[in-house]
Design a protein around this ligand. Sequence first.
Ligand code: SF4
Ligand code: SF4
Length: 188
Amino acid sequence: MESAIKQKPAFLPDPLAPVCKMLQACIQCGTCTASCVNSFAMDQTPRRLWRMVIMGQKDEVFRSKTFALCSSCYYCTLRCPRGLPLTEAMAALKQIAAKEKIASCKSGTLFYTSFLESVRCHGRVSEMEFMTHYFIRMKNPVAPFKYTSLGMRLLSKGKIAIPLTKKKKGPGSLKALFRKVAELEQLS
Ligand code: SF4
Ligand code: SF4
């Protein structure tokens, strides 16, 4: 008779292994941290995050918000004395968090999903629609209130537009482009 308890596979691949491989030559010099434009807001500096990845500290890595705050400016990648693909490593951590559905990263993952969905449909981000979809996906009725004051400030400065009153022009749907990239990613 089949056991009611589901057996875990004996061997599960370490999701951090490919990222660790990218960082093996890190000498912990801290140039990436000193170069990062967003390090002031990060709970772990990029240098410390790389150390945690190399040490295989998966829980600590995914408890951190550091990789979610990376804005892919490539400055650390340009300045790393070992020529390491640091922006790619940050992106890889975002992808692992989404793929593995890591609970502590849920908010960041839903934020990126909503952002990309808006860009895919309009060729640019439509702020109101993007944030509305984000709040719906969060299934947290109080979440919008946390952003009220920021939203009002951005609205007063014309940084976001209310649909119907002001439509910003974008290049149109990028669905075909997104489809092609997905195809290429499956091939690689
Ligand atoms: S700049 Fe490069 S070598 Fe230096 S700590 Fe950062 S990843 Fe490591
Ligand atoms: S690519 Fe990301 S981690 Fe590197 S400097 Fe820019 S924001 Fe910081």
